[in-house]
Structures are given as C-alpha cells and as structure tokens.
Design a protein around this ligand. Structure first.
Ligand SMILES: Cc1cc2nc3c(=O)[nH]c(=O)nc-3n(C[C@H](O)[C@H](O)[C@H](O)COP(=O)(O)O)c2cc1C
Length: 244
C-alpha cells in the first residue's frame, strides 16, 4: 500500500488519538459482530445522482458485479426519499449519543424511514463507496442533504470510505466530498479512489463490465478498498478474532 509511518487510524481518521485509535474505534471494538460479517467485507454504495441513466449509478452497479470474492456491495436507494435536513427534526430522531431513537417523528414526516435506513445501513457497513457527479463545481444538493443526515447520527463516524467518479474533469465535487466526509470523521481510502471517463458515453453497467480496461481498474480499486478495510479492522480491533 506504500504507507508512511504511523498506524492507519492515525494517518486516515480525523479524530485519532495519540495512541493511534480514536474513541470511536474503541467504541466499535467493544461491539459484538456476527459470524457473517467476519467472513466478508460489507460495503454500502451511495450514488450522488438521481438520474435514471446515471453514469455514476452505472459505475456502482458495475462495481457490484466486479467485486472480488469476500467483498459484498449493496446499494442504498433512498436518497430521493430523504426530507430536507433540519436540525430540529434530527434532534427528534437522534439521541444525544448519535444513536437513532426507536420512536420519533415518523407520523408527521414520511421521510423518517429513509433517514432511519440510511443511518442504519451506513452504520452496519464496513465501508462506504460513493460515486457522485459534479453540479456547478460542487456536490449535488440532494446528495449533500443525505450527508447532512449522516452528520446527525453516529453511523459514519470512523467509517472507511472511498470515492468513485464517472467524470475525471469533475474534481471540484470530489475535493469537496473528501473535505466533508473527513470532517464527518470518515477514513478516506485514497488508494482505492477511482475516476473513469464515462461522461456522455451512454454506457450502462453491463457495458462497463464488458470494457476490459475499465473493468480492470474497477477491480483493482475494489481490491484496494477491501485491503484498506481489512487493515482498518485489525488496527481498530473491530473483531474478536483480530485483536490489537
Ligand atoms: C445542473 C448540472 C450542473 C453541472 N455542473 C457541472 C460542473 O460544474 N462540472 C462538471 O464537470 N460537470 C457538470 N455537470 C455535468 C455532470 O457532472 C455530468 O452530466 C455527469 O455525468 C452527471 O452524472 P450522472 O451521469 O451520474 O447523472 C453538470 C450537470 C448538471 C445537470
């Protein structure tokens, strides 16, 4: 991985302590994990585009099909269903410690289920894979809204993430995403980040999988992301069979 000195947690995570593991890692380390999660790396994929024929979504679907053994990628589909983020609503939904309340404002706000699922899915995942377009040199509003909902809870804290990009020229949004996600205490797997030229090519997921050059780059990036997460698991002491 070509790493500099220091533990992964020290180098990647925003709130790592001097001991090399954040308070959040210590919290996660104490939580029991089931047998299935030990056997595989589970990643939740978020597309920043709501377009039906989105190249970023196609990139994620192709990634699901190209994932190496042991890496399971599942997509979250509820971004369009999320209500506009409002701290007043968030304080009704999330407890002070960031956990989601069992009961909240679901009757008044039908977007409750989407918020709850987003937080639960991200919290349960070992990592988050994001592919997001650039709008007006920034992150699309609908996707930033989703990230704001993750700030309200504790689901993203200390979570490994990487960024796929269907348009290499779209660097402003990627830079902004990285800043936002690291501010949210995520751990960026930079070696797994990928930008592939899909803009205006009208390729669907099957076309992407069939393109050997692009498919090979996706596979390599996914292997790198799996490796980053595996290393992170050991360093954070997440699993009982991988003690620090
Ligand atoms: C409202 C809007 C603003 C855009 N602004 C930019 C931009 O600032 N920079 C850029 O590189 N592309 C920009 N684009 C192009 C999109 O990034 C491009 O269409 C991308 O492929 C959309 O991703 P998708 O196929 O996943 O929907 C813009 C597109 C739209 C619809």
């Amino acid at each position: 991985m070509g790493r500099a000195g220091g533990s992964l947690a020290e180098r990647r995570c925003c709130h790592a302590s001097a001991e090399g593991m954040s308070e959040c890692s210590k919290r996660d380390a104490m939580e029991p994990m089931d047998g299935d999660r030990k056997a595989s790396v589970n990643v939740v994929a978020l597309s920043g585009s709501l377009r039906a024929n989105s190249s970023n979504t196609a990139l994620l679907v192709a990634s699901q099909r190209l994932a190496p053994p042991g890496l399971v990628i599942e997509r979250y589909h509820g971004i369009a269903d999320l209500p506009h983020f409002n701290p007043d609503l968030a304080s009704e939904l999330f407890a002070r410690d960031g956990s989601i309340r069992a009961e909240g404002w679901n009757e008044r706000h039908p977007g409750y289920a989407a918020v709850r699922e987003l937080n639960a899915r991200v919290r349960a995942a070992d990592g988050v894979l994001i592919a997001c377009p650039e709008y007006a040199r920034g992150v699309p509003g609908a996707f930033k809204n989703a990230l704001d909902w993750l700030v309200g809870g504790d689901g993203f804290v200390n979570k490994p993430f990487t960024l796929f990009n269907a348009s290499p020229r779209a660097s402003h949004a990627q830079d902004a995403l990285r800043v936002t996600l690291e501010t949210m205490s995520g751990c960026f797997a930079e070696e797994a980040a990928l930008a592939v030229p899909l803009l205006n090519r009208d390729l669907d997921a099957s076309d992407i999988v069939a393109d050997e050059a692009i498919a090979d780059r996706i596979r390599r990036a996914l292997v790198a992301f799996s490796g980053f997460i595996a290393e992170w698991r050991v360093e954070a002491g997440v699993y009982a069979d991988n003690p620090r």
